[in-house]
Design a protein around this ligand. Structure first.
Ligand code: BJW
Length: 224
């Protein structure tokens, strides 16, 4: 049985990682849709760097929760037949024991050269215009996917969705595409679709089965 799991900010919420649209829908006083863009970075790189520096530093103080750990248990049972596709840029799936994880919106602990596109491990704050150690010409930016940019690993994700027998969406509001459209794509390929979210998401009605509550409860119960 091939299973694709999509996760969003809600899977890490009980670890203490804030979500995007739950509390006041704001990102440092702005709507995430207005500031998570390459244009916002070009205008105010230091503001954007400070935001990611703070989130990277906060990773040291959080731990995976029972939802992350349950997905690692599922991987032990299914092996290569499980793929976790996460929109999250934290590393809690990996620290929870999952190894088959695709970060479609990038990773906090990685930097991307704007020129040569090299990737560099980014574990500490590097200032506003960090030079690329590989090409020495261009600057490093956060290795994350902003609005208007193409999410990572799309070919592998779409192929896995086409083959999936089960598609499970966990802790995501369904506000952001292309992830919000995965449920329809998987269903068109014949997958049974399941939503596990604190509340009905924007696309809740599209799922065969929608269960609502905290991920730390719903995910272990689903995996059992
Ligand atoms: C719990 C819980 C608990 C709380 N237990 N649950 C119309 C149609 C199609 C596309 C578009 C369109 N209009 C515009 C677009 C494009 C645009 C888009 O979607 N815009 C929308 C505003 C409409 N998308 C893009 O630009 C994307 N690129 C693209 O489309 O390229 C074209 C292309 C695609 C594919 C192939 C070829 C070409 C890029 C999107 C990039 C998003 N980037 C961000 C920032 C990443 C870096 C960072 O982290 O800072 O990604 S924005 C932000 O939103 C972040 C998240 O990954 C993403 C999704 O948020 P998520 O995870 O759903 O969080 P929340 O807060 O919204 O929801 C949390 C949920 O958890 C809630 O439901 C809670 O109830 C729940 N919850 N506690 C369980 N304990």
């Amino acid at each position: 049985m091939k299973v694709v799991v999509l996760t969003g900010a809600g899977v890490s919420a009980e670890s203490g990682v804030p979500t995007f649209r739950d509390a006041d829908g704001l990102w440092e006083g702005h709507r995430v849709e207005d500031v998570a863009t390459p244009e916002a970075y070009d205008l105010q790189p230091s503001v954007v760097h400070r935001f990611y520096d703070a989130r990277r530093a906060a990773l040291a103080g959080v731990e995976p929760n029972d939802a992350h750990r349950a997905l690692a248990v599922l991987e032990e049972a299914l092996g290569d037949d499980l793929l976790v596709v996460t929109q999250n840029i934290d590393d809690l799936h990996e620290r929870g024991g999952s190894t088959r994880v695709l970060h479609m919106h990038g990773e906090l602990r990685s930097a991307l050269c704007r020129g040569c596109r090299s990737r560099v491990a980014w574990t500490e704050d590097l200032g506003d215009y960090p030079p690329c150690p590989r090409c020495g010409v261009s600057e490093l930016r956060p290795d994350v996917v902003w609005f208007g940019e193409i999410p990572y690993e799309m070919d592998r994700i779409m192929a896995a969705l086409e083959e999936a027998d089960v598609f499970v969406s966990i802790g995501t509001s369904g506000a952001v595409y292309p992830a919000a459209g995965f449920v329809q794509y998987a269903a068109a390929g014949g997958a049974r679709t399941v939503e596990l979210n604190l509340e009905p998401s924007a696309g809740s009605h599209l799922f065969d089965d929608a269960r609502h509550g905290p991920a730390s409860v719903l995910v272990p119960a689903f995996v059992r």
